[in-house]
Write a protein that binds this ligand. Structure first.
Ligand code: PLP
Length: 403
């Protein structure tokens, strides 16, 4: 980290840098090429050595360096370093997508005969792993009512290897008490994995609340520009090395160009999140006053079922809100195309506002019955707030809501 010579009122040289400073600087100085101030994109698949002894040492992990792009790459390593630092983790490893991060993590940690405890409201793809793929490998899965902490605790107490949590959830913004459930898991010797995609390390740091591993779809807020897919897991070094080893064999590695785009996006993470936190809260409050809106789900609202938990474990409530329209799916179909400042698309966390119903976004892989079982209304709209001016977004929604 570059030392500042600027004299400020809190000029303590030992103070840990803030998240904004880390978003800009972390990982950036691990790679230099001819003095380039920006991390170069190392497109080369392999890394050559003239000295065979040195090559051997790198291959054996006795000397830092790179061998082959499926294992490691300097641009990718800089991305991992930035996420690791922001999450306050010991180690991080990255993936081609968020789902690659989640599936590689779970298949590393779980073996036939093991059990996983999670909740009904997880990202649609994650839910598919739980109901379709893990059971095929004789891994037991218990999914609990997301709002029933006692039920989750008693499922954990019956014994499990992994507790998998997501908070806030996609798309209904349910909040679970991460410290409480982590403590329950640890009492029974289970590992805790938290999907922190919605909150980002700016709003919530699950490792500080006791979690063992944090996963991200870097595609969303971390990258922030909807131009690169990526995933990452960070946390305890011993666990991350096992997951890294599995990933170097499954080959679900992050592409260097995507790593570069994610790195560049992350430099403005704190600014984007600050703006999105503010806008989302204002928009959620506005929607609550609209007669056409049946309900609004946003953890920052006092009316949110677990607002107290959110207030305890989050420093901001995030850029995604969802709301249910009176008038069912027909009303959704009418409102969405009227929005001027929103991509109607299956994504979130970008600088542009993005809106859509769960059937074509978070739960596109689920059947209508599965969405119903997860308590996701068909008249729901997920609204991922971009960095546009808040007043323009509110005016846009107001116009679109007009009968
Ligand atoms: C999008 C998303 C994922 C999956 O990430 P991909 O990068 O699309 O594979 C996982 N979890 C959450 C919460 C998400 O929003």
């Amino acid at each position: 980290m570059k030392k500042s010579t600027h004299i400020s009122s809190h000029n303590n040289p030992n103070a840990a840098p803030g998240q904004g400073t880390l978003a800009v600087w972390a990982g950036e100085q691990t790679v230099h090429w001819m003095g380039s101030t920006q991390v170069p994109v190392a497109h080369g698949v392999s890394f050559g050595y003239k000295n065979i002894d040195e090559w051997l040492k790198v291959a054996q992990g006795k000397k830092p360096g790179h061998i082959y792009g499926r294992n490691t790459n300097p641009t990718v390593a800089a991305f991992e370093e930035k996420v690791k630092t922001l999450e306050g983790a010991e180690a991080a490893t990255s993936f081609a997508s968020g789902m690659a991060a989640i599936s590689n993590t779970l298949f590393t940690l779980l073996s036939p005969g093991d059990r996983l405890v999670s909740v009904n409201d997880t990202y649609g793809g994650t839910n598919k792993l739980f109901i379709e793929f893990l059971p095929r490998f004789q891994i037991g899965v218990t999914l609990c009512d997301t709002s029933d902490h006692k039920a989750i605790e008693s499922a954990i107490a019956r014994g499990c290897k992994v507790v998998y949590l997501e908070s806030p959830t996609n798309p209904t913004n349910k909040v679970v008490d991460l410290a409480r459930l982590t403590a329950a898991a640890h009492r029974h010797g289970a590992l805790v994995v938290v999907d922190n995609t919605f909150a980002t390390p700016i709003n919530q740091q699950p490792l500080k609340l006791g979690a063992d591993l944090v996963v991200h779809s870097a595609t969303k807020f971390l990258g922030g520009h909807a131009d690169a897919l990526g995933g990452v897991v960070c946390g305890r070094r011993d666990l991350v090395s096992r997951i890294y080893h599995f990933r170097e064999i499954t080959g679900a590695c992050l592409d260097p160009m995507a790593a570069y785009l994610l790195l560049r996006g992350m430099k403005t993470l704190h600014l984007r999140i600050r703006q999105q936190n503010q806008s989302a809260l204002k928009i959620a409050r506005f929607l609550q006053t609209q007669p056409q809106v049946a309900s609004v789900f946003y953890p920052g609202l006092e009316s949110h079922k677990n607002h107290d938990i959110a207030r305890r474990q989050m420093s901001g409530y995030g850029g995604v809100l969802s709301f249910v329209l009176k008038g069912g799916f027909a009303a959704v179909k009418k409102l969405l195309p009227r929005l001027r400042y929103a991509h109607l698309a299956a994504n979130l966390g970008a600088v542009e506002t993005i809106a859509g119903p769960p059937a074509t976004t978070s739960h596109v892989e689920s059947t209508p019955e599965e969405r119903k079982a997860s308590g996701i209304p068909e008249a729901l709209i997920r609204y991922s707030v971009g960095i546009e001016d808040t007043e323009d977004l509110i005016a846009d929604l107001q116009a679109a809501l007009k009968p």
